[in-house]
Design a protein around this ligand. Sequence first.
Ligand code: NAP
Ligand code: GCO
Length: 268
Amino acid sequence: MSQNILNQFSLKGKVALVTGASYGIGFAIASSLSQAGAKIVFNDVSKENLAKGLAAYKDEGIDAHGYLFDITDEQSVIKGIKQIEQDVGVVDILVNNAGIIQRTPMLETSVEDYRKIIDIDLTGQFIMAKAVLPSMIKKGHGKIINICSMMSELGRETVVGYASAKGGLKMLTKNICSEFGHANIQCNGIGPGYIATPQTAPLREKQADGSRHPFDQFIIAKTPAARWGNAEDLAGAAVFLASDASNFVNGHILYVDGGILAYIGKQP
Ligand code: NAP
Ligand code: GCO
């Protein structure tokens, strides 16, 4: 074997940009990439959360670089990437993590809301990838990791915009693989299952009588691991897809879901 296998997972000397990573899944993924040796850059769309994120990374002993831009605003993304390249270096690893969700029945979902979700959860990822690819191609390597979802494979009531975007994100992943694989760019996805973060907090709220939220009970019954995931459960998959260990893995969505997609669900 040409290289000690563990060295293949090292990210030493690499610059990793994780979008929307002041907290939640993005923060956990950025922390894992830092532990593997990467220099961490992250962005947020709110000044206040960016500052909170910088403090949180500092508390973890991570010297992260934070930038304020909205991933749906192409001009500010291009400006941000230029600034990152000057301040830190060319982005070797892009984790397209930023995203929103809106839970409303389809017939109560306005076209404006639908467009906004597609814009942030899908078009923003296209904009980010388009901004980092030229330098990756010039450098002769690059890793793009799109944070997909169970909703890249399954539908469910009240998340029509989100599921449409995450289904599209799966195909954007395959398309970047197809178009840039020859340039030694690997574009893969991580499909988290149900993870305990602020985004899913409403689905886990204790009921007035102290019982578990019905959706919480539903997910527990649907997950072979019989638990919600933690953001840290995604760390190993992120380091793998960001590292040389996955140089021949491309266009793949790695589901980290405790087995949900394989399981019909516990009989009542
Ligand atoms: P979260 O807690 O809601 O965090 C989302 C992050 O994205 C926040 O930092 C947010 O910043 C940022 N963001 C939103 N819009 C943005 C924009 N236009 N430009 C830049 N940043 C923006 O979400 P999460 O649970 O950590 O999820 C992170 C990713 O994983 C999302 O793509 C989500 O769809 C996906 N995912 C989550 C789960 C889950 O169960 N939690 C499962 C599968 C996939 P602000 O807070 O400042 O708005
Ligand atoms: C929802 C949840 C999910 C998770 C995730 C599952 O309302 O169904 O928020 O969509 O966020 O995407 O993989």
